[in-house]
Design a protein around this ligand. Structure first.
Ligand code: BES
Ligand code: MN
Ligand code: ZN
Length: 504
């Protein structure tokens, strides 16, 4: 795993494979960002000119390598672009720093050690650089052969951030928080990237149990027998078509002086074939990602524990594999859900809301201060918001605004979405309490309205639909790789921190 350290050496003096500096688009052309000073001195103050001659402009995503001059101990210099330089006196935006650090770390895949000489005077800058670098350094190697794993595809080994003062406690704390958040996002990415023949409900449960031991979390796993006995008709109804039975995993972090309690509920469909309402070819190749909500929830609980937050956080992972078979739920079946409501299943591909409904009712029994569910729930949300922005719905407008603000502060793109009451009647069923499908238009909101039916009146709840940003199929950029992204983790951690501060 990639290690992170703060170094008090000067950038030019650190022995490493590469030293990373940043450049930006100034009003009169390319400018060096703070952090590059001693490297620039080794270039006789001509680093910006040299980079300009090589075609660098400072644009976001740019990465230009050049050989080190005498006086720079690193093997080569890597200059990455930050985009527009800020007005005098302003710092660079956090996202620009995260992306530039991410681009650098991605470019340095296979290298052992890199010195990051980016802006690092403020703790917030250190946090952004560390997080971007750790996320950019990520590489999913579990499924590769030995040769690839050891060499070219290995993640950057060591991130040394230069430019902080010795004994700077704020910088140290910022680097530690970013390390936890980055590692937990990478944990989420690993789980999402694992192929569905390796990650299924039981194996996912085993992974949570092992991590629970390591991080002092209480883990309870309900298997198919316990789920049947307990009346979890939604989870069983979705999972019974698979030879690999479903699980409901509870993973709890408690703090002795907690002042608030949160429940995080995650959709954990380890593979979504659509079931009997089978998805057509072209729509199921990436459906291993349908457990990204559960992975984000799990990682956020581990992060809360590693950060020692003064809050109780319980994760509920609703795990099932949605498969067609002779034992699968049929369109037309009626399921009796946990808590007693009945659902007519009109489309077995609308399975996420079924497993979540059971988990939301179960989570509500413990009377948390709020429930937040995270799910790759609908293609409609991807249609609405694209593949980088998640939608937020809630039974309380204030709370939805708080979740949106928390996501923004954490660096995640999101947007508040409504739950229009008139869409509820489309889910009326002639024979059951509700159907699992409604109007096609506004499908993401229909799914949210379905979930709302399972939230007790007196509980604050938000639903985060990460179907767009959970899995990245386009070209890598910044700190985002192809595959799992870790969407939702930062927002959940931010919410846990707010709750710990009594500010949620
Ligand atoms: N897992 C999918 C949603 C999804 C789509 C996630 C694209 C990630 C990328 C979900 O289970 C699903 O199939 N939803 C259906 C619901 C419909 C049948 C009401 C959809 O969105 O088409
Ligand atoms: Mn589906
Ligand atoms: Zn699904």
């Amino acid at each position: 795993m990639t290690s992170v350290s703060l170094s008090t050496s000067a950038a030019h003096a650190l022995r490493a494979d590469a030293v990373v500096v940043a450049v930006a688009k100034g009003p009169k052309g390319l400018v060096l960002a703070p952090g590059a000073e001693t490297v620039d001195e080794a270039f006789d103050g001509k680093l910006a000119d040299v980079l300009g001659a090589l075609g660098a402009t400072g644009a976001e995503g740019e990465a230009v390598k050049l050989p080190s001059p005498a006086g720079v101990k690193a093997g080569f210099v890597l200059a990455v672009g930050l985009g527009e330089a800020p007005a005098d006196g302003d710092g660079y935006p956090g996202e620009a720093l995260r992306r530039a650090a991410g681009t650098a770390a991605r470019t340095l895949q296979g290298a052992k050690k890199a010195a990051f000489a980016l802006p690092a005077a403020e703790a917030a800058e250190v946090e952004a650089v560390v997080l971007g670098a750790l996320l950019g350094a990520y590489s999913f190697t579990a499924c590769r052969g030995e040769a690839d794993r050891a060499a070219a595809k290995a993640p950057l080994g060591e991130i040394a951030v230069v430019g902080t003062k010795r004994g700077d406690k704020a910088a140290k704390a910022a680097a530690e928080r970013a390390t936890v958040v980055g590692e937990e996002m990478n944990r989420t990415r690993d789980l999402v990237n694992l192929p569905p023949n390796d990650l299924f409900p039981k194996s996912f449960g085993d992974i949570v149990t092992a991590a629970g031991k390591e991080h002092g979390l209480k883990v309870e796993v309900l298997d198919e027998k316990a789920l049947t006995k307990g009346g979890f008709g939604g989870i069983m109804g979705v999972g019974m078509g698979s030879s690999r039975p479903p699980r409901l995993v509870k993973v709890a972090y408690t703090h002795p002086r907690a002042k608030a309690s949160l429940a995080f509920v995650g959709k954990g469909i380890t593979y979504d074939s659509g079931g009997i309402s089978l998805k057509p070819a072209g729509h199921n190749e990436t459906m291993k990602c349908d457990m990204a909500g559960a992975a984000a929830v799990f990682a956020a609980v581990v992060a809360a524990s590693r950060l020692g937050l003064q809050v109780n956080v319980t994760g509920w992972l609703a795990l099932a594999e949605n498969m067609p078979s002779g034992t699968a739920t049929r369109p037309g079946d009626v399921l009796r859900m946990y808590g007693g409501k009945t659902v007519e299943v009109l489309n077995t591909d609308a399975e996420g809301r079924l497993v979540l409904a059971d988990a939301i009712v179960r989570a509500g029994e413990e009377k948390p201060d709020a429930i937040i569910d995270v799910a790759t729930l609908t293609g409609a949300m991807v249609m609405a918001l694209g593949d980088r922005t998640f939608g937020i719905m809630s039974n309380e407008d204030d709370f939805r605004a708080k979740v949106h603000a928390a996501a923004t502060a954490a660096g995640e793109q999101s947007w508040p979405m409504p739950l229009p009451a008139e869409l509820r009647k489309g889910m009326d069923s002639p024979i059951a309490d509700i159907a699992n499908m409604g109007e096609r238009m506004g499908g993401g909101l229909v799914a949210g309205l379905f979930l709302k039916e399972f939230v007790a009146e007196d509980i604050t709840w938000a639903h985060i639909d990460i179907a767009g940003p959970a899995f990245h199929e386009a070209a890598p950029f910044g700190y985002i790789h192809k595959g799992g992204t870790g969407a939702g983790v930062r927002t959940l951690v931010q919410l846990a921190e707010l709750a710990a501060d009594g500010a949620l």
